[in-house]
Design a protein around this ligand. Structure first.
Ligand code: ADP
Ligand code: ZN
Length: 432
């Protein structure tokens, strides 16, 4: 009989003990960066705060934020607190929104990251007898190696298939008896679609669980993946700046638990930068608690979400976060309404006729911004009359208006014209 939790002490720690632990680690970390990184010394001094001002957890709000631009300005190693002789690995972000962000690790940092990943995978039914196929991109991107290390620590059989070569992924699932599949949710859809085309029913294979992350996806998308793949779709969240994946993970109740003994979370109003009351939506901010090579202080993730401190049925006391609505960079303002691609996705997924593939095209007509949503239909739906197809796009458009409150034309594009993702899906095509 396997143990229930990977790390019972921290996963089920009571609130007071966790707060005490976090405070101690926070104190260490602010001092660590102040003494070693000129950028932080200057930022704290300019802000009029000293490490000794951190006496209670709430005092963290006295400290300045760190932003993506700070990482870029100090590219590649200006924010590294240790000499290269102590760095054992350097990752870089996938650069979705610009120049890559570097992530150096000491041996101890790597070990902690591995623990965070093992904790998540264990919570998601991965055991030594599992066969785990890791189809995240291997390389600079933290996804591939992060999952690999965590899986090795759990002791399951790892198949490092990497991203792409979708037919081979399906062959490996069948031949190796893969039980757990790790990849982005959009790549899982690509795999499911390809399998369907090859006449292979993934529900009849050994596949049982999916470990998805690295991009926003709606609950409706998750339901679709679970239904078509015959799996329990779990989630991971993280970012290169904090460690990579491993910042948080879902338990069997779909609650996203944050490894709050490693990262201290806050939610702030992205406009005023003031903390928002618990449960309210805002920008997720993290402070690293135990990292040594490049610990971030109050890092603004630009990810929009909310935090909840509720007891979860799984028994973990780790604080939970809501599903990420999207990155603030991806927020579109349409006729004065803030819209995230994931909201459009939620509406599209209501339509059984629609293949869950979509793109949001932004263009300029004269001085006016123009937006269209492009999506595809299930293969057999194209055999319908043009009138019927137009009717579907009109109904989707009406529903978007009803739910999100914006007028957006919806274009049904021919089957398989939207590029299939093998990593992070590109939802917004900005032609302005
Ligand atoms: P990049 O910014 O180049 O994509 P990363 O590979 O470090 O860099 O990706 C981190 C970002 O990916 C997060 O800040 C977040 O926007 C997104 N992300 C990661 N996991 C999830 C998830 N489970 N849900 C939504 N978004 C996610
Ligand atoms: Zn839980």
């Amino acid at each position: 009989m396997y143990k229930k939790f990977w790390d019972e002490k921290f996963e089920t720690m009571n609130d007071d003990a966790m707060k005490t632990f976090q405070l101690e680690k926070l104190k260490e970390t602010v001092k660590w960066v102040y003494d070693r990184i000129p950028f932080y010394k200057k930022a704290f001094d300019t802000h009029g705060v000293k490490p000794s001002d951190l006496q209670r957890l709430e005092d963290i709000s006295k400290f300045p934020f760190t932003m993506k631009t700070d990482l870029r300005d100090n590219y590649p190693f200006g924010l590294c607190a240790v000499p290269m002789s102590e760095v054992v690995r350097i990752h870089a972000s996938s650069g979705t929104t610009g120049k890559p962000i570097t992530g150096p690790y000491t041996a101890e940092d790597l070990d902690q990251w591995t623990e965070c990943m093992a904790r998540g995978l264990w919570a998601q039914e991965v055991r030594p007898d599992s066969v785990l196929q890791n189809a995240y991109g291997m390389g600079l991107f933290t996804g591939g190696l992060g999952f690999l290390q965590g899986a090795i620590r759990v002791g399951c059989a790892v198949v490092p298939s990497g991203a792409g070569m979708t037919e081979r992924q399906i062959m490996l699932i069948q031949d190796f008896g893969t039980s757990a599949l790790c990849c982005t949710p959009s790549y899982c859809l690509t795999i499911i679609e390809k399998a369907e085309k090859m006449g292979i029913d993934l529900k009849k294979t050994s596949l049982r669980t999916g470990h998805f992350g690295a991009e926003p996806w709606s609950v409706e998308m998750r339901n679709d993946i679970e239904g078509r793949g015959g799996i329990h779709a779990y989630e991971h969240y993280g970012l290169t700046e904090l460690m990579g994946p491993g910042v948080s993970f879902t338990c069997e109740y779909y609650q996203i638990h944050i490894n709050e003994d490693h990262v201290y979370p806050e939610i702030v109003d992205p406009g005023t930068l003031e903390p928002v009351p618990e449960g309210e939506e805002g920008e997720l901010v993290f402070t690293a608690l135990q990292r040594r090579a490049m610990p971030m202080i109050r890092y603004r993730t630009r990810d929009i979400c909310s935090l909840k401190k509720e007891r979860c049925k799984c028994g973990r006391t780790l604080i939970t976060m809501d599903k990420i609505l999207g990155r603030s960079d991806d927020m579109m303002i349409i006729s004065g309404v803030n819209v995230f691609p994931s909201q459009v996705e939620t509406v599209l997924m209501e339509f059984a006729e629609v293949e869950p593939q979509y793109q949001i095209r932004l263009s300029k007509k004269g001085y006016i911004d123009h937006i269209t949503v492009e999506t595809e239909l299930k293969k057999h739906m194209y055999e319908q009359s043009k009138e019927n197809i137009d009717n579907i796009s009109r109904r989707i458009s009406e529903r978007i208006h009803q739910i999100i409150g914006i007028n957006v034309p919806v274009t049904i594009v021919p089957s398989e014209t939207i590029e299939r993702s093998i990593g992070k899906a590109k939802r917004i095509i900005d032609e302005r």
